[in-house]
Design a protein around this ligand. Sequence first.
Ligand code: FMN
Length: 178
Amino acid sequence: MKNIAIGITAAVSSAAMPSFIMHLRKELDCRITVMVSKNATRFVTPFALKIYSGNEVFTDTYDLGDNLLVPHIKLTQDADLTVIMPASSNILAKAAHGISDDLISTAIVAAASPVLFVPSMNERMWFNPIVQANVAKLKAYGYHVLEPEKGKAVGGEDVYGAMASLKSVIHLLGQFLE
Ligand SMILES: Cc1cc2nc3c(=O)[nH]c(=O)nc-3n(C[C@H](O)[C@H](O)[C@H](O)COP(=O)(O)O)c2cc1C
């Protein structure tokens, strides 16, 4: 069985991740370990993520859990794929510059597996040239990016910048895990 490490950052779509994870487990027959940023716990609880992933959930670089001596190394060394989903504009910027000031950003720098970013943000953020430059930089470093799609913003209006659909994510992850 393949292992996927998922890092959830504080885009509003992080609220959908418990159900996303449930579908990924069903469709891909994989083991999922979740890291969630402190800000993302405003949108989605570690409790819900633990239930839907069936696994321990990690939020803190220095929380060693039961027997994880160095979480950012251990969590990524066992992963066949590391997926940052949803990826906030903040994590794109941090990863593009190698910043490692929390568990997810440190795990990205430490990752031994391919790393896929699935950005999700309002189109005004997504089309900001700084965000676009960070995405280009990530690609140049060999990271993978599944670009946002057109979708509904929280207020119901149609915008570009919604997280890629479950169907697109399952399709791409399936290719990575072949
Ligand atoms: C209601 C609300 C919705 C937000 N939605 C997004 C979003 O969709 N994408 C994004 O990049 N940032 C979004 N943000 C901003 C991030 O939460 C903020 O930049 C945060 O610092 C990201 O933290 P993290 O990258 O450590 O998880 C939102 C903030 C709020 C209050």
